[in-house]
Design a protein around this ligand. Structure first.
Ligand SMILES: Nc1ncnc2c1ncn2[C@@H]1O[C@H](COP(=O)(O)OP(=O)(O)OP(=O)(O)O)[C@@H](O)[C@H]1O
Ligand SMILES: [Mg+2]
Length: 461
């Protein structure tokens, strides 16, 4: 919820004072306004305020041109603040100033400017800062850090609930979801929450092992099973005994291994290559793939009977773009993780970066987010990560290959921005986009987008 009680404003200036007409009018409208002369004085004012967020004006007008703008602006506290720069007409010609404003401020006003515009821009800056203060909590509460998975969106909470329910059972679990959504983390969480947690969690990527080696990798071999087999080797099944075996990219499993896996799931036995004994192993199987396993079954590349045995419990990792404010939380997590690996210690994300992070479709999901933030931390020139540092500054839709994918990415970006701009009021958003509410709901459902507050959530089901 946006705070509606007394709004606070901090003005960093040596030139404005309380008599400035716009500020006098704002005070009459219930704003509490504090004037300070340096950015460093803002910190102590913030410490005294119990507001979730405050608006701020940073006065950059400097007819003598003596200010070191970068040092001046970068000392501004960012958390809880929505900054607006006040500048003279003409100052925008400086690329340096433009970039500083872009990185730190929500908006700018050129003075002189109508009083009502100043109040409205500051009201908007305060509203956006309030939203960010709710979404980018610096620490992740324990219950949200589920098995190392960050996120508290309804989609992730529903997943945690399913994982908790599925973990104690012996039944095989199949995890679907796009690449980079955290399927392996979910598999590990299932293991750690199960009664098997004291025993091994063994993961194998079926897509990364040459097909002719798969059988021996999974089931092991006896001495002399083939040329070069000088001693018995245990396979992953036996290594995972009493624990959990995670078969990633299960769709790539060759047909002979599919038959052996099916036998294990039906009877609980395996056979080493070159051996004759049926060996009983106690292993819980969790599998995953980002490919369409149903399509592989339909095409005859994957056995239907095995598919049904593997998918006794089925989970789906939601795509990152449908996780609402989790995206920002994960971005902050990534920044903490990688900060310090570059030459400069980063202070945070610039406003343009935050906007871009929210609008981008993230086709590579959490893995892509981690990689982009890592790259930005290493390559950034300023103290705040910009959308350019993240490589998503011009609405770039990432590795889009087809026109349909480009159209989808653009649609997601436009709808996401409109939803945020309209504070998730679907009716307002539909009006702005010039489509009906029904069409908007349909598009949101199609793209896995969510109405955060509200009137549409139930319908999206
Ligand atoms: N909710 C999350 N919180 C924190 N880190 C996450 C989360 N989800 C995924 N990650 C991280 O993102 C990266 C990708 O996750 P993971 O390997 O589990 O994805 P995946 O779905 O198995 O991808 P693929 O289909 O490509 O194998 C990992 O570094 C993982 O630690
Ligand atoms: Mg994986």
């Amino acid at each position: 919820m946006i705070a509606t009680r007394a709004r606070e404003l901090i003005v960093v200036t040596t030139r404005f004072n309380a008599d400035f007409p716009a500020f006098a009018a704002m005070a009459a409208h219930g704003w509490r306004i504090h004037f300070v002369s340096t950015p460093t004085a803002v910190e102590s004012l913030l410490a005294k305020s119990n507001r979730k967020a405050l608006a701020g004006v940073i006065d950059l007008r400097d007819p003598q041109g003596q200010t070191d703008y970068a040092a001046y602006i970068q000392n501004l506290p960012r958390e809880r603040m929505g900054w607006v720069a006040a500048i003279d007409p003409g100052q925008l010609e400086s690329k340096h100033i433009r970039h500083l404003i872009r990185d730190v401020c929500f908006d700018f006003i050129t003075v002189p400017c109508p009083d009502s515009t100043i109040e409205s821009v500051l009201g908007h800056a305060l509203g956006v800062a309030t939203l960010h203060s709710e979404s980018t909590r610096p620490t992740v509460p324990e219950e949200q850090a589920f098995g190392g998975m960050i996120g508290s969106s309804p989609e992730m909470r529903a997943l945690y609930k399913l994982i908790r329910r599925a973990a104690p059972s012996l039944a095989p679990v199949y995890i679907a979801g796009e690449t980079g959504t955290g399927k392996e983390l979910a598999a590990a969480a299932i293991h750690h929450l199960s009664h098997r947690s004291a025993f091994p969690f063994v993961a194998i990527n079926c897509g990364a092992i040459p097909q002719h080696l798969m059988q021996s990798e999974l089931f092991g071999y006896e001495r002399g099973a083939f040329t070069g087999a000088q001693q018995r080797k245990l396979g992953r099944f036996e290594l995972a005994n009493k624990g959990t075996l995670f078969l990633d990219e299960i769709g790539d499993l060759p047909l002979d291994s599919q038959a052996s896996l099916l036998r294990f799931l039906q009877e609980g036995f395996i056979e080493r290559l070159g051996g004759t004994d049926a060996i009983r192993v106690d292993v819980r199987v969790v599998s995953a793939t980002h490919h369409d396993l149903e399509a592989a079954v339909a095409a005859g590349r994957f056995r239907a009977d095995l598919y049904h045995r593997l998918c006794v419990i089925r989970l789906k990792q939601p795509p990152l773009r449908s996780r609402g404010d989790d995206i920002l939380q994960l971005a902050e997590h990534a920044l903490k993780l990688y900060n310090g690996t570059g030459q400069t210690q980063m202070k945070g994300f610039s406003n343009c970066a935050l906007k871009a992070i929210q609008a981008y479709a993230w086709p590579g999901n959490v893995r892509e987010l981690l990689n982009r933030v890592h790259q930005a931390v290493v390559m950034a020139e300023g103290r705040y990560i910009t959308s350019k540092d993240l490589g998503i500054d011009d609405g770039a839709a990432g590795p889009v290959q087809t026109l349909a994918a480009a159209r989808d990415a653009a649609e997601v970006q436009v709808i996401n921005s409109a939803l945020r701009r309209n504070l998730y009021r679907v009716g307002h958003c539909a009006k702005e986009l010039g489509i009906s509410r029904i069409t908007l709901y349909r598009l949101m459902k199609q793209h896995g987008l969510r109405a955060d507050t509200v009137d549409g959530a139930a319908e999206l089901g």
